[in-house]
Design a protein around this ligand. Sequence first.
Ligand SMILES: [Fe+2]
Length: 316
Amino acid sequence: MSIIKGFHHLTAGVRHAQEDVDFYVKLLGQSLVKKTVLLDGEDPIYHLYYGNPQGDAGTLVTSFPFRQKGVMARPGSGQIRVINYSVPQGALAFWRARFKDFGIVFSEVEVERFGEQRLRFEHPCGIEFDLVASDRDMRMPCVAADIPAEFAIRGVHSITLSLREVAESVIFMQDALDFRYAGQSGDFHRFEVGDGAPGLVVEFQHEPDRLQGSSIYGEGTIHHVAFAVDNVEEQMRIKERLMSMGHIDASESVNRNYFRSMYFKMPGGVMFEAATTDIGFAIDEEPGHFGEEFQLPPWLREREEELLGRLEPISV
Ligand SMILES: [Fe+2]
């Protein structure tokens, strides 16, 4: 059994909170799973979690709307370049029509990569997304009033990392994180864990001439990916493994209220996280009511009024 159980969440810096809600909820049919704040730094910035209605690990993409603070991140290599969402085989025609209705620009990036069809579109802040059609995704569909189950997103399919060099990172994925090398298609290298179904796939895009991007929290880039691990013991097993391989910059286990996080950089410069699945979103809202109210961790609750007063209101 692999130590990594798939994705936990992806986190991006975006522009405005309301347009982010509209993108994930109205356009893509995701549920707002949690509405809280960034737990680093003094200034309140929303932390918005989107995923399936149960908030399952592997469906979660989270946003920090950084326009409020005016901090721009710089896209480049050493970052996650593309978030790939999984849709059922045959669903892309529905999404082409939907994107036309919503005035969203899309393109057919490559008709086929590793035998899968894809459709490229962008978040309003410029972050790239692909829809990838697969008949191997058995996860619960993210249905909405106007998105039938047969076309609905099932969760994160994979991530595409932009890397200037790949050799050391290829070794790292296998030796540190138990991924299998699954093959190459042009400039793309593919890794799988478990049975390699959607949600268990990482891709490298080898871009030797792409300038290095920033790694700060800011608008316009995907800041990190969190992989799911069972608990802190498993998290610390990864940390020990990293240390023994000479990657000594792994963080402590940090309390993120809904999970615990340990952060580390992979050789290509991308920020990775190991997040535990043993706490979850039901600690402050009942299942079925996730994301309905603004939530703060216990250590910030006495500041709720002040923090909310400094955030723009959003409606879902
Ligand atoms: Fe995270």
